[in-house]
Ligand binder design. Structure first.
Ligand code: PLP
Ligand code: ZN
Length: 444
């Protein structure tokens, strides 16, 4: 009997669809769908079987299992044929032991999961490989899909463009004009996607892309498409695997559209359902104070959720006021004894720079998560002996403007406490030497 997974409505109305059907929402009640797996079938193997299998495949060469997403294929998307998998070797990202940063912050056991060390420089690759593989499979089955499209704050568009380019599938990306970094903008351009720069914000792009997709048979790649969540959830499986199947105490993740928060929870719950772990971590969702609808809802005990108008923030990938996956995220946070906290521009920029000074190279979103960690430590909501994992969502090299402007003190609402400016010197030994001595008086 094969492993099976299907789409199911999250509202409990029992609607189910096949994974190769073009459907993003429940046709009966309009709510979000999620991918459900035949857990009984998976449980026919022992938890040790799965751990051993995943360990054997991890970062090896046998196609497509060396990818840490497809190395967990039975848990992710079993119905895609291996020849239709579009993989650029996802996951297997460094779990960085942030020893120095942890010490500075008063934490014994701090780890940064470098999900941004990926083909397109963000964790979005984890989900996009699953979605584009399913598109390739549907095309192979004879379905008419002329193109795949997404709205993006910069990283989803980069991932979609790269995976579609690798598979030879046309991609269309909807980007809010002047609201993504140069690196993020050049990625879909370089990969040959139709890149639409639209004079609106992410939420505006999202409305447009939904209309364009529904009316024109174009496949929608945003995270309301829950295939992506299945790939993203492997981040939690992978981090536990990297700890030799031990579960950390706390996981902190920056949240915008909130798909990743939902995905992290889903990964842990699935491992628990299959019997691979017996405890769950606390999950913390970190939002930018300029785009904080989940934080506001949390303050009210999640009794209601109201979209906000997102303000401009340095953490542009989470500048989202009307997140698609808020219900899924709230469900997860309730189960995981969750916390939502926010970070100001000053807090996120300084946290990011402080981390960089200990060897990291953090994107602003990782800065949001680190700033929230600092706050929760001060409030003793996270304790110094706890094992904490911060999810780093993108590579810092995508955000060099942010970093240069920080060190040159040109960011609004930010007072740089860790600025380190280049010292300009003429090509003369004495001047160079005195510049060095000025900096290292104590140690030289
Ligand atoms: C997409 C993204 C996020 C937010 O993830 P959501 O699933 O939208 O909450 C955070 N950081 C970076 C760098 C991203 O690209
Ligand atoms: Zn429904």
């Amino acid at each position: 009997m094969p492993y099976r997974a299907w789409f199911q409505c999250i509202s409990g109305c029992d609607e189910k669809y096949e994974l190769n059907e073009v459907v993003y929402q429940c046709k009966k009640c309009g709510d979000l769908l999620e991918v459900r797996h035949d857990i009984d079938r998976l449980r026919r193997h022992s938890s040790d079987h799965w751990k051993k299998l995943f360990d054997e495949r991890y970062r090896r060469t046998r196609w497509p299992y060396g990818s840490s997403v497809w190395g967990k294929k039975e848990f992710v998307c079993p119905s895609v044929a291996n020849e239709n998998v579009v993989s650029l070797y996802e996951g297997g990202s460094n779990l960085f032991w942030a020893e120095r940063l942890g010490k500075e912050l008063g934490l014994e056991d701090l780890w940064i999961k470098q999900c941004g060390n990926a083909h397109t420089g963000s964790f979005k690759d984890l989900g996009m490989t699953v979605l584009v593989s399913m598109v390739k499979q549907m095309i192979a089955e004879g379905k008419k899909i002329p193109a795949v499209a997404c709205a993006s704050t910069g990283d989803t568009s980069a991932a979609l463009s790269a995976y579609c380019a690798a598979a030879g599938i046309p991609a269309i990306v909807f980007l809010p004009k002047n609201k993504v970094s140069n690196a993020q903008l050049i990625q879909p351009i370089a990969n040959g996607a139709l890149t639409l720069s639209i004079d609106t914000d992410f939420d505006g792009c999202m409305k447009l892309v939904r209309e364009v997709c529904t009316k024109n048979n174009i496949y929608l790649a945003n995270s309301m498409n829950s295939l992506r969540i299945e790939g993203q959830k492997t981040a939690s499986i992978e981090m536990v695997q990297q700890f030799d199947w031990e579960v950390p105490d706390v996981v902190i993740v920056p949240g915008g559209n909130l798909g990743n928060t939902a995905a992290l929870g889903k990964g842990f719950l699935m491992m628990k359902d299959v019997g691979m772990i017996d405890k769950l971590p606390r999950i913390v969702c970190a939002q930018a104070a300029k785009a904080n609808p989940l934080y506001l809802s949390y303050l009210g005990g999640f009794k209601e959720f109201k979209p906000v108008k997102a303000q401009k923030t340095l953490a542009n990938a989470i500048q989202i006021g009307d997140p698609v996956s808020y219900k899924k995220a709230i469900n997860v946070l309730k189960v995981f004894n969750g916390i939502v906290e926010q970070a100001t521009e000053d807090e996120l920029a300084n946290a990011s720079a402080q981390a960089d000074k200990t060897g990291l190279f953090s994107c602003p979103h990782t800065g949001v998560a680190l700033a929230v960690l600092i706050k929760l430590l001060k409030r003793k909501e996270i304790l110094s002996h706890e094992k904490v994992v911060v999810i780093s969502t993108a590579h810092g090299l995508k955000f060099t403007e942010f970093k240069i402007n920080y060190h040159e003190n040109r960011l609004e609402e930010v007072t740089p406490r860790f600025a380190n400016l280049p010292v300009e010197v003429p090509p003369q030994y004495e001047v160079v030497r005195s510049a060095i001595f000025k900096k290292f008086e104590q140690t030289l």
